[in-house]
Design a binder for this molecule. Structure first.
Ligand SMILES: *[C@@H]1O[C@H](CO)[C@@H](O)[C@H](O)[C@H]1NC(C)=O
Ligand SMILES: *[C@@H]1O[C@H](CO)[C@@H](O)[C@H](O)[C@H]1NC(C)=O
Length: 401
């Protein structure tokens, strides 16, 4: 909040300055009618005024590299209050290798995420990390890829199991494959035998308070993000999803009613090229889908089963040519049953024949009073709100991101 006020002030000063310049030009210059270029104002406008409320919380600070932990105050929606490693020291990953899954080398990402204390994990250089086995996290961690191109690719994915309070920011994750399993350190003081990992980019299992922001996802063996086993309080924002069949799965089985506790916010993401389905698919839980841009799905965008609740507000749905036009899909339940599932579309922009089949309680807002729902902005602004999704922000020291 403070940040956006500060930036708005800068922006206003910029406008005032520009007005003075153009006034004085009107006095002195016969070319007074030609538009003047204001690159600095443009940057401010782009960085601080035009983006979405989560980005406004930190992106305008040109000292972001010194103030990295400010990001910890920026989570909104169900993941709000997730502060990751804010209370810990900064850990610099300077080694992209992952050969030692029992005794990880200091300086590797695996060494960092296994430590029991809170850590704010950053990187020393551009790097590609190929995980030889799933990367098992301890609680209270932030992975902060800002400032470098950090790719987690060609190997296993992230496993957040029995943990809370994790921020994952600014990573490219793609070509994730199954881990073979075997002896792996799963805690700083525990090594055990593990089965094959699924091949999800991020798997969230019986965990809470997780915020995934500004990440780019594509092509994984299984899903891109799974949220299962009564995990809750998760926000996925500003991410870019492409080239995958079954992308996001929230609730893995019809036999786990404990997944009623699942609560996820999807905000300001772009679901783009080459996606087929599960954007997301939800069992039992509650998902708030707000101000996302959906520009390609082939089978469906938002699906669910088992009485899942889906509130869709201010999104833009553009049906691809030749693809199914319906946004929604209910899994194996007769209409007499799914009619009672609350799936509402409010202020969504439907293009190229896209349509959302609603059901359930139109007065849902009364039932869910007190839920941390991000207020929807008008759907026509979505291309703007999601213009800088993913991990390619190219943040440079000393310049607003
Ligand atoms: C890499 O980081 C580790 C852990 O902080 C440290 O022990 C090591 O000296 C660092 N190596 C280099 C080359 O900076
Ligand atoms: C989830 O967040 C709510 C507040 O929004 C809190 O009351 C609840 O305890 C949290 N649950 C878990 C498991 O962290």
């Amino acid at each position: 909040m403070e940040g956006s006020r500060g930036c708005n002030l800068v922006y206003i000063l910029c406008i005032v300055f520009a007005a003075i310049v153009s006034l004085s030009m009107a006095h002195n210059d016969k070319n007074a009618g030609t538009p003047i270029t204001r690159p600095h104002c443009k940057k401010t406008r782009g960085g601080c005024v035009a983006y979405n409320p989560i980005d406004k919380c930190w992106r305008c600070d040109r000292h972001w590299a010194k103030n990295r932990k400010r990001l910890a105050n920026c989570a909104k929606g169900f993941g709000h209050g997730t502060y990751g490693g804010k209370k810990g020291r900064v850990y610099v990953v300077n080694d992209s290798s992952d050969e030692h899954v029992i005794s990880p080398k200091p300086g590797t990402l695996r060494h960092a995420v296994l430590l029991p204390e809170p850590l704010w994990i950053i990187f020393s250089a551009d790097m590609t990390i190929r995980l030889t086995q799933e990367l098992i996290f301890a609680s209270d961690k932030t992975i902060d890829g800002r400032g470098f191109d950090v790719h987690v690719a060609g190997g296993a994915g992230f496993m957040l199991q029995f943990v809370h309070n994790v921020i994952i920011h600014g990573l490219h994750m793609y070509d994730i494959v199954e881990g073979s399993g075997g002896m792996i350190r799963s805690k700083h003081d525990h090594v055990g035998i593990r089965g094959r990992s699924d091949g999800d980019a991020i798997s969230i299992f019986r965990s809470s308070q997780v915020w995934v922001d500004h990440c780019s996802f594509a092509r994984s063996y299984d899903g891109l993000i799974d949220i299962v086993a009564a995990s809750t309080n998760v926000t996925i924002s500003n991410c870019h999803f492409v080239k995958h069949d079954k992308a996001l799965l929230f609730g893995a089985s019809d036999k786990t009613p404990e997944d009623k506790i699942i609560k996820v916010t999807l905000a300001y993401n772009h679901f783009g090229r080459g996606l087929t389905q599960r954007l997301p698919a939800v069992r039992f839980g509650f998902v708030h889908v707000v101000n996302n841009d959906y520009t390609e799905w082939h089978s469906y965008a938002i699906g669910g089963a088992d009485g899942a609740t889906i509130i869709s507000q201010g999104n833009r749905f553009v049906a691809a040519d030749g693809a199914r036009k319906e946004v929604t899909k209910r899994e194996i339940a007769p209409e007499s049953v799914w009619r009672k599932w609350t799936w509402r579309s409010e202020g969504d922009l439907m293009l190229n024949g896209a349509y959302f089949r609603q059901s359930g309680n139109p007065h849902w807002a009364k039932t869910y009073k007190g839920y941390p729902l991000i207020p929807a902005l008008p759907a026509v602004n979505v291309p703007h709100l999601t213009k800088f999704v993913g991990a390619s922000l190219n943040c440079k020291r000393g310049v607003a991101c």
